[in-house]
Design a protein around this ligand. Structure first.
Ligand code: GLC
Length: 398
């Protein structure tokens, strides 16, 4: 199998055009037939390498449905009628009412790196800035310098056990009951028009490690973009908030050498061991010594995270661990990509190569599937799922 060829073919096959001239990529034609926010950022990162115009179109279509307050919806339906479970999210005229991890600046920068197209950055910048400003202002109303999510789905890890306490569910909850709980949360938040302040205080309030780590990395990049555009004020906004969130994450979310997501006003730690211990590598949050300890104690630990097929999303030691449980243990491509990037940044070459090889093997063995059993390597979930194309960004010579 020529992975480069197969990845490009998949992204082309999953491309859709809208009536009003936009273009986007569906994560999986049968399982996920709409547009998703962080998925589109992943698509743009890969498309930037071989079809930068399609990468730009992917981001423009996202921004075309940005809400007035700056929120970019986690789903854009591009269709008038929806079936369950998607109709649950329908609230703001064809889009969902919540957001997803803020990988937009990263994706825009990848496009700029490939094209040096400053005009593209200039065009996209005001809306991009509005999104990050929304997150800083509305999702951190008490100036804690940690960004909050109001629904587990905003993390992109829908049923991760990191959210069990905040969602008030048991660790052995079934996939469907969990989904129902999240839908009840949407219904409840509809009564207060999704005002983040009310949603947080009354229902669900998590300062999640991956979301905040991605925020740190993306604010660093937003500052770089502002510098290219000569926008000193925006550069200052991005740098200041980058520094504040980075400092606060270290100050309030770190314990026992790793980062923990936190709940509510007092940011009490949610002590569930997940791959959230690794994503701070992607954002440069660990010192080199701390990073080495994390790699030695967690990345290499076969009793917790490391399996023959890749890195588990949840430690095998957790009561909530399920080898086939969606985000409750299985291997996923996006976490692999984030961890790979972090390992490379810190100079863990051997570990990065191992992870890259493991990822390539999963694609070669199963094609583009959604998630994998860490104990057997068995593939689950969506077919023709685009996240496997991230492997092109995990190979030295692409
Ligand atoms: C699943 C994933 C989510 C992703 C979506 C579309 O819900 O958990 O992260 O955005 O599918 O691929």
């Amino acid at each position: 199998m020529d992975i480069r060829e197969a990845a490009q073919t998949l992204l082309r096959a999953n491309r859709r055009r809208t009536r009003d001239g936009h273009q986007y990529t569906v994560p999986s034609p049968s399982t996920y037939p709409y547009q998703w926010l962080w998925d589109s950022c992943f698509h743009a990162i890969i498309l930037a390498k071989f079809d930068p115009d399609a990468a730009k179109a992917e981001l423009f279509s996202l921004l075309s449905r940005q809400l007035k307050d700056g929120l970019i919806p986690h789903m854009i339906f591009w269709k008038p009628k929806l079936s369950r479970p998607y109709n649950v999210w329908w609230d703001k005229g064809g889009v969902s009412s919540i957001t997803q991890p803020p990988m937009l600046a990263y994706a825009a920068w990848e496009i700029y790196e490939q094209t040096k197209d400053r005009a593209f950055l200039k065009e996209i910048f005001p809306q991009m800035l509005a999104f990050y400003t929304y997150l800083v202002e509305k999702r951190d109303p008490h100036d804690h310098h940690l960004i909050s999510i109001v629904n587990p789905d905003e993390s992109g890890e829908d049923n991760s056990p990191r959210f069990d306490t905040a969602l008030r569910v048991k660790s052995n909850i079934s996939f469907l009951s969990h989904m129902l709980k999240r839908h009840q949360l949407v219904t409840a938040n509809r009564t207060c028009s999704f005002d983040p302040l009310v949603c947080m205080h009354e229902r669900f309030w998590v300062k999640d490690v991956p979301f905040n780590a991605m925020m740190v990395k993306n604010l660093e990049i937003l500052a770089k973009i502002a510098r290219v555009l000569g926008d000193a004020e925006a550069e200052q906004f991005a740098t200041l908030n980058h520094d504040l969130i980075k400092f606060t994450m270290r100050e309030y979310l770190m314990a026992e050498g790793v980062f923990w997501s936190a709940i509510g006003l007092e940011h009490g730690h949610l002590k569930v061991s997940t791959w959230a211990h690794f994503i701070p590598l992607f954002a440069g949050l660990y010192t080199p010594e701390e990073a080495k300890a994390v790699v030695d104690e967690h990345f290499h630990n076969t009793e917790t995270f490391r399996s023959s097929y890749g890195i588990r999303t949840v430690s095998k030691q957790e009561a909530s661990y399920r080898r086939d449980g969606f985000w409750r243990g299985p291997i996923w491509f996006a976490p692999h990509w984030f961890i790979y990037k972090g390992l490379k940044d810190y100079g863990f070459e051997a570990e990065a190569t191992w992870l890259s090889k493991a990822t390539i093997e999963l694609v070669e063995r199963h094609g583009f599937r959604e998630y994998f059993d860490p104990e057997t390597g068995k593939a689950y979930g969506a077919h023709n799922f685009t996240w496997g194309t991230l492997v092109l960004d995990m190979m030295e010579d692409v």
